[in-house]
Design a protein. Sequence first.
Length: 478
Amino acid sequence: MTEPKPKPNPVASGAVVSPPKTFTHFGLLDHTLGNLDPGFWTATGVKKDAGLQARLEAMLAANPAWANLRVAIADLNGGAPKFAGNAGKPSKGLRGEVISPVERCLETWETASTSKIAILYAAYQLRRDVLAMAATDPAMTPEVLRDKMRLLWLKSQVIDTTLPIEELRAAGPKVELRGREVRVDGKRIPLVAKNGTKLGPPKLDEIFDISKSGATWKVVFKGEPEKWDTDPIVNARLMANLEPAGHAFASPLPPKTAIDKKPFTFFDKLWLMIDASHNEATDACLDAIGYLYSNSLLWQSGLFSPERGGGMWVGRHYAGSHRGLAWSPPPGPRLKTRDGDEIQAACSAAAGVALMTLLHQGKLVDADASRRMKIFCDRAERSPKGESVDYSPAAYGIARIVVTGGVEEQVLDREEVYSKIGLGSFNNYFDVALISYRNRKRGKSFRYAVSFMDYGAPRGWRDAGVLARALYDCIDPP
């Protein structure tokens, strides 16, 4: 038997300290990222389009209940995106809340299940990172590939005290980078859950089937059906196999799928996480990918940025937080909801709009991954998978009635709706969405990205529809 070759000891550029053999703290990883500027980021905020911003502010002013809404929107009708967001800076929140002083559209806030879309993004980016590593050595085997990925991730654990410290946020708390090391008030963020569970890098064997034929690599999610994204029959069978579990998103997963009578695979859970917002399936995906990878990606992609007030972050489980499986709040102000709970599954309205804009542009991972992620998020009535059990409040009830000769006509046709909804404890809604309607009277389609956090809707979907219609009117003024 041939003795295995010793693993190389990776050292980050400029480092003088070798990394530990285990993962101890949150550090930024290497990701194979492309251009992730949606077209409206600035170094410390967002670039607002004057006309769209004026329409949004007029809309917010018309309804006192919307004055403090965390909302943003981007007009995607050709050319560069036009962005607008609530620029208000309330002095205090609702009873029980602890808020930050930044603009409402940039405030990191609770998003309930909406943040699950970040885990979907992480899954597809991880696949790209694995394939990029595989391409570096034609002679590599799948076993060596797994080792090289772990060694790559261990570089984030290098602590080099000789490197300069970059201050990203001055205070409340102070957020800094030293090499790959993220520091909050001078301390690292330990990779330990609140119940003491040690956390680490992605568990590749739980996520992917990795194989090689000649020089060709195949990296697919475990249980991923062939042609699920192109063949309606395959897609229909996938949904029928998983649908019973999806109708009970807050319940444990059953032991086996409905048709195949087999344990749920990683792909099954990924689908249920987005299509049905299943909490336990989400936790399984998050456990496999890990807080380290997911949040490093959000940081490196710009969807989380201390300089822009924060953004998208996943710091807790959805079904298991009560068992101490939460990790860390976003590196920034310690904010609290009306429940008095610390915000850990978070987003800003601007970051939500940025993610959906990148999805539209085909830049979220790459064009093919963006296309597939859209299928997970598809809520259109005439989509290949039909209308989901998980609707989009940002697209609910949009109508444009034109009266001609005393006859009323609805002139809008819904073309596309890609969304991830969240539901809160106070009949409140969260959403990130990419929407397209065609106005038959004007002979034009209107596409836009929209996101809102914590929209209180006392009368449920009826009130959610009022907001959806008002936001659409900002894009296609009546």
